[in-house]
Design a protein around this ligand. Structure first.
Ligand code: ZN
Length: 669
């Protein structure tokens, strides 16, 4: 990047960040997430580091803290409300402990910690005089905050009068610090109401809590049912550790983090971090990490400050699930049914702990909905193991050199014409012998839910196709060790293993076989229904359209697609070649099973079998497996650490089964 280009980008970034800062801090509104805004700031920091001569005093990187709104009385904090330094990984945490150990090797030997979750709310200072709540103030810039006592008083979890501590006199002035926040449930309710009233939706619970606490009218805060969780007691009660501080807070009448814990080693801290990350989604409030601090108050004081933050504590954040980056190109990928999927090629960026360089755009309508052009700066989001999505375009950052994407008129792999059916959003390659489609069909045939062939991945399939050792998926079942040995990376042992795996896989259930054919609109569950209703592949091949449509779960689109598949001569030839090479097992007759005709859904993890095995057992016994909780569901099987599905099922009055009862049920059947 030249200096001139950097300056242009810096100017745009500054304007954009300022726009979001104003929305967020002044109007308590947000158009983009914190993580996305952080990501923009981060890009600015890096550009300014690269070109230090471009740093100006009005850059958001030069700002320290926010100012109180003038509509509220100002409150000076007797001891400043500090912010914490952030860590983003286990390594950062390790480095923090090592720094403390170097600073004070003598103390390091007896270093222990207190850990708690970091709620995504607003830091608050409460002052009690002679036991009575007199001031509730926001953090503000750390030294001076805003007096929001009238709203704090509406929070039920804030005691208006402190409870006495047996055997200890109450100091005349007591300060308690904690977090004001909104539960996820309340947040959803508020947004549902706003949607009804056609009002703009709130971005996140923290923002909404901030908006509520800074209302001039306390009725609004009361309606929002804000919560308070205490985490510090700056007043001296003679406490020696942070653990003791939490205990005292409880006696005084405050709620503290129910997950908080005393840890004797860094190892235990790391275990806590992972345990919280795992249960994060299930907590009633939004959290963005954990807070770790040196348990001994004396040591905490001795470690002192670094910049504006104490050395003895650190916030360990969870990886951000959103980040901003630039779409460098949009390319088209071809699927096994011939559908063309546009894929965004991104400037690599860290999201949720891994580097992301591609995001699916699903179809052309999605690109239009986002208003996306090649060259745009975008927000990418990743949740769990799901493929990242582009959720928003930031058009203010455009330079004018962005390009509009158009679906290609010809297939990028085989050059055939592409078409779009009137009823569908996707474009298709019209050539069913297209190499791009063919490859994808091979990948599908060997996949977990189809033939499930261990060791036959995309790389090997590509090689087998390129060397023309295979031309149809039927050729998989005649592969020989000698042939595999011609390929790069194969030794005698690995070739033998793969041939053995193929031998095992040639025995397949009817349902899996139907699914393996990769017929459009015929998913896993439809394949199971077809297998059960027809009982043999031959009967399915001969079925009329009416017979197919009569089956529950098989819609007109799937029926039409099945008919077209079996009528195609290329497919007929393929089946003639394939069928003698494999053994299809018909489903057992299951009329007397208790599970027949019943629907099941699983939540949480099972101890005695995998989720996939449990689903298969249900299907073998004539039950169906559905994917969401609805009134149509007969049984919810509840494993360990069950999620929101359980709550929903309870509300709908659906029968729940423990793993033990479920096992009993399948044994009886
Ligand atoms: Zn093609």
């Amino acid at each position: 990047m030249t200096k001139h280009e950097a300056k242009q980008r810096i100017d745009k970034l500054k304007k954009e960040i300022e726009h979001h800062r104003y929305l967020y801090h002044v109007l308590d509104k947000a158009e983009i997430s914190d993580a996305a805004l952080d990501s923009l700031k981060n890009e600015l920091v890096q550009l300014e580091e690269q070109f230090p001569e471009l740093v100006t005093s009005d850059s958001p990187t030069q700002r320290v803290g926010g100012e109180a709104l003038s509509t509220f009385a100002k409150v000076e904090h007797q001891t400043p409300m500090l912010s914490l330094n952030d860590a983003f990984s286990e390594e950062d945490l390790q480095a923090w402990v090592e720094r403390l150990q170097r600073l004070d090797p003598a103390a390091a030997a007896k270093l222990d910690f207190f850990v708690e979750t970091k709620i995504d709310g607003l830091a608050m200072s409460l002052i009690y005089e002679n036991g009575v709540l007199t001031i509730g103030a926001t953090r503000g810039n750390g030294r001076v905050g805003e007096d929001v006592t009238h709203n704090i008083r509406t929070i039920e979890s804030v005691p208006l009068r402190l409870r006495p501590i047996p055997g200890r006199p109450l100091p005349a002035r007591v300060e308690v610090r904690g977090e004001v926040y909104l539960t996820k449930k309340m947040f959803a309710q508020i947004n549902a109401q706003r949607k009804k009233n056609d009002e703009p939706l709130y971005m996140n619970p923290r923002n909404t809590a901030a908006g509520s606490i800074r209302q001039l009218d306390p009725k609004m805060a009361a309606e929002r049912d804000l919560q308070f969780l205490a985490y510090a007691l700056p007043t001296d009660f003679g406490q020696k550790t942070h653990k003791e501080e939490h205990e005292l807070l409880q006696i005084l009448g405050f709620r503290t983090d129910p997950d908080d814990r005393f840890c004797t080693s860094l190892k235990e801290v790391i275990q806590f971090y992972h345990a919280i990350a795992k249960k994060r989604e299930k907590l009633s409030c939004q959290i963005d990490g954990i807070v770790v601090q040196v348990n001994s108050n004396a040591l905490f004081q001795r470690f002192g400050m670094v910049g504006k933050a104490p050395r003895g504590a650190i916030a360990v954040k969870f990886p951000a699930e959103q980040a901003t980056t630039v779409v460098e190109d949009i390319q088209v990928q071809i699927g096994r049914t011939g559908a063309l999927t546009p894929v965004a090629h991104l400037r690599p960026v860290q999201v949720a702990g891994s580097t992301v360089s591609r995001a699916t755009l699903h179809n052309i309508d999605e690109i239009h909905r986002l208003g996306l052009k090649i060259g745009d700066t975008v927000i990418v989001e990743k949740a769990g193991d799901i493929i990242p999505d582009i959720v928003q375009v930031l058009p203010n950052l455009r330079t004018g050199r962005e390009r509009t994407f158009r679906m290609p008129k010809t297939c990028p792999v085989c050059g055939s014409q592409t078409t779009r059916k009137a009823s569908e959003v996707a474009y298709y390659c019209t050539n069913s012998a297209c190499f791009g489609q063919q490859k994808e069909r091979f990948y599908h045939v060997v996949s977990k839910k189809a033939f499930d062939i261990d060791g036959l991945g995309p790389k090997i399939i590509d090689q087998l196709l390129e060397t023309q050792l295979m031309s149809t998926p039927a050729d998989i079942f005649t592969l020989k060790e000698e042939e595999l040995l011609q390929l790069e990376g194969f030794a005698e042992k690995s070739a033998q293993n793969l041939v053995n795996a193929i031998q095992v896989a040639r025995h397949i259930s009817l349902a899996r076989f139907i699914f393996a054919l990769g017929i459009r609109h015929v998913g896993e569950q439809t394949a199971v229904m077809l297998a059960e209703c027809f009982g043999s592949f031959k009967k399915l091949q001969q079925a009329t359209r009416e017979e197919l449509e009569a089956i529950h779960d098989v819609g007109p689109a799937a029926a039409e697609s099945l008919r077209a598949y079996f009528a195609d001569t290329a497919n007929q030839q393929f089946l003639e070649q394939l069928l003698p090479l494999i053994t299809i097992t018909a489903p057992k007759k299951i009329r007397n099973s208790k599970l027949a005709g019943k629907s099941f859904l699983f939540t949480g993890s099972l101890q005695s079998m995998t989720r996939e095995d449990a689903k298969n057992r249900v299907r073998e016994l004539g039950g169906t497996v559905i994917s969401t909780v609805s009134k149509q569901l007969d049984y919810l099987v509840v494993g360990d650490e069950a999620g929101s599905k359980l709550e929903k099922a309870k509300k709908l009055g659906i029968t729940t089964l423990t793993e033990k009862v479920f096992l009993h049920m399948i044994r009886e059947s």
